[in-house]
Design a protein around this ligand. Structure first.
Ligand SMILES: CC(C)(COP(=O)(O)OP(=O)(O)OC[C@H]1O[C@@H](n2cnc3c(N)ncnc32)[C@H](O)[C@@H]1OP(=O)(O)O)[C@@H](O)C(=O)NCCC(=O)NCCS
Length: 164
């Protein structure tokens, strides 16, 4: 385990997910997303497969949030596939800390840029990513299960700490 996890945050504790987190991850996914949810099977595959970066944020041993980055073999960028914070823990800077930790973990694996897709109507998510330096590179009409429009964003990565 590299220093980038502990440097990125003191509270909450951020660490790689393991199989014991899967029940809590599935429950959190239900609370955070109305559709396009990750299934238990997907969480298990990402947590045990060794190719994805799955980080969990814990507050007093409770799962407060997670970040999931996928690595493509044929691309030099990572894909921030999902990031969510339990409603009970929002507004405390946890997503910002998870994002920094995920970016730093990706960089430690040689990933130099991150991409993500987000619903155009997701104001909190857009504000988070724009403040973190992500820029819109593509519009994705009807991208989501309910045909909502999406946006593709990207950022060139550089090691950082969450300073707030
Ligand atoms: C988006 C989400 C991850 C934010 O989590 P959070 O831990 O509450 O966010 P933080 O407290 O770390 O806030 C970080 C920044 O995000 C933005 N933000 C967070 N919540 C916001 C809100 N309700 N309205 C506007 N901006 C918001 C702000 O820029 C904030 O920075 P600031 O505190 O300096 O203003 C959370 O609301 C969530 O899980 N939503 C459902 C899942 C989702 O939409 N994920 C992102 C797209 S996959």
């Amino acid at each position: 385990m590299g220093d980038y996890y502990s440097e990125a945050s003191f509270l909450p504790m951020i660490r790689p997910a393991d199989v014991r987190d899967i029940d809590a991850l599935v429950a959190l996914e239900q609370r955070c997303f109305a559709g396009d949810r990750l299934s238990r099977r997907s969480f298990r595959r990402f947590v045990t497969g060794g190719r994805a970066i799955v980080l969990v944020a814990l507050v007093d041993d409770r799962l407060a949030g997670y970040a999931l980055v996928l690595r493509r073999t044929d691309a030099d960028y990572g894909r921030l596939y999902s990031l969510a914070v339990d409603p009970a823990f929002r507004g405390q800077g946890i997503s910002r800390k998870l994002l920094v930790a995920a970016e730093n973990a990706a960089m430690a694996l040689g990933i130099h840029a991150m991409r993500l897709e987000i619903r155009q109507d997701n104001r909190a998510g857009m504000a988070l990513y724009e403040a973190a330096g992500y820029t819109i590179i593509e519009k994705l009409p009807g991208y989501y299960e309910d045909h909502a429009d999406g946006l593709r964003m990207t950022k060139v990565l550089a090691f950082s700490r969450d300073t707030k």
